[in-house]
Design a protein around this ligand. Structure first.
Ligand code: GDP
Ligand code: ZN
Length: 288
């Protein structure tokens, strides 16, 4: 029997698929692992608990990261990426930048979500992130423990994914957003989850009929080897006006003379750390 459903848990090689009135513990054909939480899939039912994923419907978006060897699918069919950060533990601004680039590449709107507003260290971190607001990104401050008011309108009607370093409060925020503890626990049948799977790679929750949330595991790195060197500058909104104005049409914005992007940086129109990142990523991509 064939059914359609959505992947609501990814364990790497196994998945839980939610169908109309049932969830199935699913394997894939030929050990395929190129499925992600949020994917809409066709499954063949084996018994009342198990099924096999046959294939995946076309995705409206796909967020993934790629290190030199491995591709990691993070979430499919999301409309919004929430980069969850906080002043404590030590946050990485480079990770934020990489995530913004991945969001631009996937054409998914990113939001920078600063959690732990209740901590005094937050003011400095917020000030450091001010330039991203100037780039046009939405930056909000919440406290998962006390007040998530600002977050509510941003998740409404969206399929959002939480990404970020571990310890920033993704799980706490997820719990704060879920309508009730019952929904959280009852979301997935205990029989399916009972000790069979060790690491959850990602989990999808329904906040309401048309608002969904995917919580993804903490990241320390965000490999971008999947991006095209020539397309990189276009992923930095502040660089876009200067693209095409360099002396060389195939300028890589590194050592070339009369580079419009480097000039803009010298004139204070582009922050040096963003140009450094562009150059560093370009070095990796062209030398790979
Ligand atoms: P995750 O690894 O991103 O899922 O982070 P967790 O949700 O597990 O949170 C990590 C730690 O930060 C836990 O000890 C939380 O209680 C704490 N935490 C989460 N949100 C807040 C917050 O808004 N304020 C404070 N002070 N601590 C928080
Ligand atoms: Zn250039």
């Amino acid at each position: 029997m064939k059914q359609q459903g959505q992947i609501i848990r990814s364990y790497g090689r196994r998945f839980i698929v939610e169908c109309a009135d049932q969830q199935y513990d699913c394997t894939t054909r030929g050990k395929r692992v190129d499925y992600a939480c949020g994917d809409l899939v066709d499954v063949s039912v084996i018994n009342k608990e198990q099924a096999v994923i046959e294939n995946c419907c076309e995705r409206s978006s796909l967020l993934y990261r790629q290190d030199d060897w491995r591709t990691k699918l993070i979430a499919a069919n999301v409309t919004r990426i929430m980069f969850v950060t906080a002043a404590v533990p030590t946050p990485s601004e480079e990770l934020l930048n990489r995530c913004l680039l991945a969001a631009e590449a996937a054409d998914i709107e990113p939001v920078i979500l600063i959690n732990k507003a209740d901590l005094p260290e937050t003011a400095d971190w917020l000030a450091r992130l001010q330039p991203y607001r100037e780039l046009g990104y939405t930056v909000i401050t919440v406290s998962a423990l006390h007040d998530i008011e600002q977050l509510l309108p941003l998740v409404k009607g969206q399929t959002s994914v939480f990404v970020g370093q571990s310890g920033m409060g993704k799980s706490t925020l997820t719990n704060a957003l879920l309508p009730s503890a019952a929904a959280r626990i009852g979301d997935i049948s205990t029989a399916l989850d009972a000790g069979r799977h060790t690491t959850t790679h990602a989990a999808l929750y329904h906040l309401d009929e048309d608002s969904h949330l995917i919580d993804s595991p903490g990241l320390q790195e965000f490999g971008l080897s999947h991006l095209e060197a020539t397309a990189l500058a276009g992923l930095f909104p502040e660089m876009r006006p200067f693209i095409g104005h360099c002396r060389f049409h195939n300028c890589t914005h590194r050592a070339e003379p009369n580079c419009a992007i480097k000039t803009a940086c010298d004139e204070g129109k582009i922050r040096p750390m963003r140009l450094d990142l562009l150059q560093k990523l370009t070095n990796r991509l062209v030398n790979a």
